[in-house]
Write a new protein. Structure first.
Length: 330
């Protein structure tokens, strides 16, 4: 038995409370020999399919966790209320915010093509809205068939508002990209430039062919043709215009959209939390949750506890609305 297989067997034994016997052939602890000695055939456990409630728990916790990583008082300056803006701490924090935002504006993925999606989630439709390739699709599915609560009006409003804003086009005038030779007015979908900029923040130019081709397509749609190899020359200028300027202008608005979704999830969960929470008395007071019967697998059970624990406290980032003057451009 290889070292890895032995480690896996030992881990499985610990999880199942099974005592290991010494392998008759290898002279090492072996779970297989233990099963044979007990007369139990080695069979794989068949797990039930993920229920709709388990999938909802996974999506809500994933979204809340991602927003916590983006909109917090490490990335943003903390102002005294009333708050009418969200100011990023520095250019380094803006790069991190952009990278994490790209993760949110992507979809859960399986390791190999053709594998089942994590938690049995459905793959996005091949034809649909641009935001169908993001976590907003799964939030829309939660709103269409809620499992943990009934009132999804706030979550639906926050989700749709963000999706509509992302799918809208931004007009950016007089963009100077050196290889083009003169300024160009660009009309570009907001989600497109946000994801391109996030990838440029994260990757070296040698890993940006996909994004270079997206920029090439974007320029062609705006009446300017350029060879792919020359796109690599203008990547720094594209990043300066759209990450350093346009995204910086919108970073407060983006934080507002994300924070609204976080608060909407919190409010959606409150009626269920009140029914699920059970306090325990004693010298060391504690609590437990009444876990819904349709949560049958280990991972969703852990996520349910994590989600309920989050819902016990209000989000630490206060609600705010960016001044309308910061939403007039791009």
């Amino acid at each position: 038995m290889s070292g890895k297989r032995l480690f896996d067997a030992q881990a499985e034994a610990i999880r199942g409370g099974v005592e290991l016997d010494t392998c008759r052939t290898a002279g090492k602890p072996c779970i297989k020999c233990r099963r044979e000695s007990l007369g139990k055939p080695e069979t794989a456990q068949v797990l039930p399919q993920y229920s709709a409630l388990e999938q909802e728990v996974a999506i809500l916790y994933a979204v809340w966790q991602m927003i916590d990583g983006m909109v917090n008082y490490q990335n943003f300056v903390k102002f005294d209320p009333p708050v009418t803006s969200a100011m990023i701490e520095s250019s380094v924090h803006q790069r991190l915010f952009n990278i994490l935002l790209v993760d949110f504006l992507s979809k859960p993925e399986s390791r190999k093509k053709g594998d089942v999606m994590p938690f049995g989630l459905q793959s996005p439709p091949s034809i649909g809205r641009p935001t169908d390739s993001t976590y907003l699709l799964y939030l829309r599915q939660v709103c269409a068939a809620p499992q943990l609560g009934k009132d999804v009006s706030a979550l639906e409003k926050a989700t749709n508002a963000f999706a509509d804003w992302l799918e809208a086009d931004a007009f950016v005038p007089d963009v100077w990209l050196y290889p083009l030779g003169k300024p160009v007015n660009l009309m570009v979908e907001r989600m497109t430039f946000i994801k391109i900029c996030g990838n440029i923040c994260k990757h070296n130019f040698s890993r940006l062919q996909y994004d270079a081709r997206k920029i090439q397509t974007l320029l062609r749609k705006n009446g300017r043709s350029i060879r792919e190899e020359r796109i690599y020359e203008l990547l720094p200028q594209f990043q300066e215009w759209f990450h350093d300027n346009v995204l910086n202008y919108h970073v407060g608005t983006l934080a507002e959209f994300l924070n609204n979704i976080r608060w909407a999830i919190y409010r959606y969960l409150q009626p269920h939390l009140r029914k699920s929470f059970v306090p325990k008395g004693g010298n060391l007071p504690g609590y437990r949750f009444k876990v819904p019967r349709t949560i049958r697998r280990a991972a969703p059970l852990g996520l349910y506890w994590d989600l309920m624990n989050k819902a016990l406290e209000k989000p630490y980032f206060t609600e705010f609305a960016v001044d309308p003057i910061m939403k007039l451009r791009y």
